[in-house]
Design a protein around this ligand. Sequence first.
Ligand code: 3H9
Length: 712
Amino acid sequence: MAPHPAHPTQDVVTSRREGSVFVITIDHPPVNALGVAVRQGLMAAIEAAEQDPEVQAVLVLGAGRHFIAGADIREFGKPPQPPLLTDVCNRIEACTKPVVAAVQGSALGGGLEVVLAAHYRLALPGAKFALPEVTLGLLPGAGGTQRAPRLMGVEAALNLMLDGKPIGARQAQALGLVDRWVDGTDSVQAGLAYARELAASGAPVRPTRDLRIAVADMPAASQALDAARASLNKKYRGLFSPARIIDAVQAVLDRPFDEGLRLERDHFRQCLDTPQRQALIHTFFAEREAAKVPEAGRAQPRPLDRVGIVGGGTMGAGIAVAMLDAGLPVTMIERDEPSLERGRANVAKVYDSLVQRGRLDAAERDRRLGMWSGATDYQALADADLVVEAVFEDMAVKSAVFAELDRACKPGAVLASNTSYLDIDQLAKTVSRPQDVIGLHFFSPANIMKLLEIVVPDQVADDVVATGFALARRLKKVAVRAGVCDGFIGNRILAVYRLAADYMLADGASPYQIDQAVRGFGFPMGPFQVADLAGGDIGWAARKRRAPTRDPNLRYVPIADRLCERGWFGQKTGRGWYLYPEGGRAGQEDPEVLAIMDEERRKAGVAPRAFTQEDIMRRYMAAMINEAANVVHQGIALRPLDVDVAMLYGFGFPRYRGGPLHYADHVGLDVVLADIRAFAAEDPHFWKPSPLLVELVEQGRHFNDLNQSKQG
Ligand code: 3H9
């Protein structure tokens, strides 16, 4: 049947009549977000459908890869413009003709709320459904908290809202979220067929608001709510919105629909006003913006099909697993057969543990391991597109590896070093093709940690940098561009706030107090727990290496050395800052450590003083922010957001605080600077205000003012 002339609506929402079916298509790239124009268009289209006497059913579709990815996140924090999404959803639900949502691609947040407000729901295999508002510090604010439990039950709806993770079409159907599953990829045809069928059978409208939780299901619903409340402190520690989600869902049991909607609206506004919402939305955009670097804007990535890894230790094996998981065949090089066998065993160990924990099936492990090959001759890397060197942190050792790579690798192969602090400019100069040399700094365990610092030496070609970012996408990692310096972005900042922690230790705080304060701020672990996990010997080696070049004016706290001299390297030796009886991973406070600290303070002539949790965090954060500002000031990070992303994904900085420089903006840069100046009165060598921080305070500006896009 020939399409009926289009009804005039906004461009982002088009509508046409196909016989008795009014087809509304949302076409608002890139993700069909529900900005004001889409909301207006949807409202007008439903109105038009209702007024057209020829129309018997309405079909809502999303054009492109997504159905609707939710509210337009960029509008949050700005004055709301009518119509509100909740009113649009109510209007859809109140339509007097049956409305069908046909979902192909993602129906997320407000997008799923549109689906919930429709009367009939159809999904194709590529459909994904989620209520991810919690990840942005919010709750579903367009009726989702009231409609989802009515359709799929309280427990499943709570899971969807509290996890924020997507479910597929089949699962959505099994849970009652969608009525029909149709094979294929053509949502228009599938949707039209369903809508015509409904029209032909005179199917009624089915407002979700009219559904009731069955009396028989009430006890299970209450139990699910209680269980969710009980998990708040553990699973959602520090977060504001999960408790509001639970309250809103409780209203489904206790209140009429309209009252529930009002409560949801009120809670949504409360969440919108929190610093957590601002921080989480900053994080959402920052992690995407971090990939927009000048080099990637100027050049296309090189092809990437085969990878080489030199070194099969913990790091090399972890990187190998990350590559294999992404479907990239790996050739590992080790110096001799026994080392190679150990390298293979290290890779296999990671997979075996996944199989044991039920995270991977044995056949899949074998398939991935089947893409691994090993050699002791660099010639095996002749066809590798990219090689990552992960050998001992020593310039002579790494240069020797690079000389071999220079000889064996094909022209155009990317030669990457996984060094954590060595000078990659210097390393690049040792080969005949410095334009191909880059730093790819993985964090341990490399197959799990999300952060990848892409370290950009002077002479590197743009397409090599672009390849680094493409690799990160393929590995599902978050990449941050870093300049060359000791420690790049993350470890350089870590070294400074660790020093601040050591100084507090020397002056009277205990490691347990500091760890507790840092966890209270939202980090998963405190710095002394991290040291015990990583192994105290690593920091000890770094301190020895830096000893000859250490600024003699800088205080040196030898307490960690005293532990290392006793062989107390942390979890792996059963004790470090904490005691780990019987190989346990949860540390216990150790009175002997406290005695060693007392002794060191006595020797240094320090009268211990008390630190409150607030004192601890002010110093810890001031040190972190100040060094982060230096890193931006010196161009090691392109923008403040790059530092935020590095600390969020590599160092456990709490997402809901948005990273150190977003946090600094929130606290007030003048407050941070005043703290640093006050601390400088005690120790002017350590506490030197960053010139960038001073400049921003003088100009009344914020770090966020420097967060403009850098794509070339
Ligand atoms: C909500 O719905 C609240 C409601 O309950 C009620 C309100 C009253 N808005 O990720 P990508 C941009 S809260 C604006 O690279 P992918 C993104 O910034 C919302 N922009 O692509 C990027 O821009 P650019 C709940 C958005 O294919 C571009 O689109 N929804 C939005 O890897 C491409 O994004 C969510 O939380 C948005 N909602 O992944 C979903 N979404 O090109 C958030 C994306 O300038 N979105 N952009 O850098 C996602 O999870 C992913 O973007 C998605 C696509 C899976 C959709």
